[in-house]
Design a protein around this ligand. Sequence first.
Ligand code: HEC
Length: 319
Amino acid sequence: MAQSRLVVVLALSGLTAWLAPNGPVAAEGGSSIRTDSDSAGSLATLSTNNFNAGATNGFFANVGTNGRTCNTCHVEANGWSFTPQHAQSLSSTDPLFTPNDGSDCPATSSSQKANSAVSSEVLKYGLIRIMIGIPSSANFQLASATNPKNCAIAPGSSSAGGQLFMFRRPPPSANLIFLSAVMWDGRETLQAITTQQNFQSTGSLTFDLSDQDNGATVGHAQGPSIAGTQTDADMVAFETDLYTGQGTYSVQGNQPGGDPPLYQDGAHGGVNHLANQVAQGFFVGINDPLKPGFTNANFNLYAAGEPTISGYPNLTSVQ
Ligand code: HEC
């Protein structure tokens, strides 16, 4: 109990710091920031469009047939993914557990409903079952596959259409400007992503995300295609305006001034610098070690606190 009260107080102090009139946070062009407490302090999300989900409420709209929305698996307070703790907090029949991909095994009948009792991968690890076959163009064949969950429809079997079961966390549906490929395996990168500095040449990123949204609606939410609709456009606009990152860091019981924002003392943690500085400078290839001008000193958000910087400050707040 004492622990949870501490977290609330810390989250509020983080919020105050974000909104301090003379603080480092410039509320630019309708930008807004929300915070959620997490185990390390508080998590921040900045939306450059004031969390506007569009006329259709796309990202939060129930446009499928199983009750899911994008928000079922991409949750603000969980860094726009979802955690096992979140799954465990839901009712056993929540749409997160629908058997199209939220159960350990494929459904054996079309009347099978959401039931967390058969969703240990979701509950324990926050993993969704993604079924993919070996491409016909592959220069290898599937020789055998194990069936650790003893599924009636076994991975790799003909009843599974030869598909294997990949259990995957949802990546954040935020910070998407930094993507050079879409999905863990890059399979939604239909057009090669060409993003340049100052948000130039993002057409291929938008194209890929638009196709991804449609695939998610048809696959995860078992809905009709939304390709080319206002709903699709609203989903892409909402998610590409989101930036998320840790805002404050809590060292339990050891902070004289309270919960330190990660942007104080010249540091550049938090979400405002990410959205208003880092994003502008990003281009695909920025981390290419073979490019002229490449420097390996890229992780410099906290350079102001490093001992090698002249005027090295005493690390009173974040040590
Ligand atoms: C059932 C849970 C679930 C639902 C519902 C869901 N997603 Fe996802 N999402 C995932 C998983 C799992 C992945 C990763 C899959 C993979 O890589 O094979 C993913 C990947 C993504 C990615 C790729 C991010 C990256 O870094 O490559 C985006 C963007 C995304 N989802 C947006 C959406 C949108 C928009 C919706 C609503 C139309 C949606 N998701 C609905 C689970 C979900």
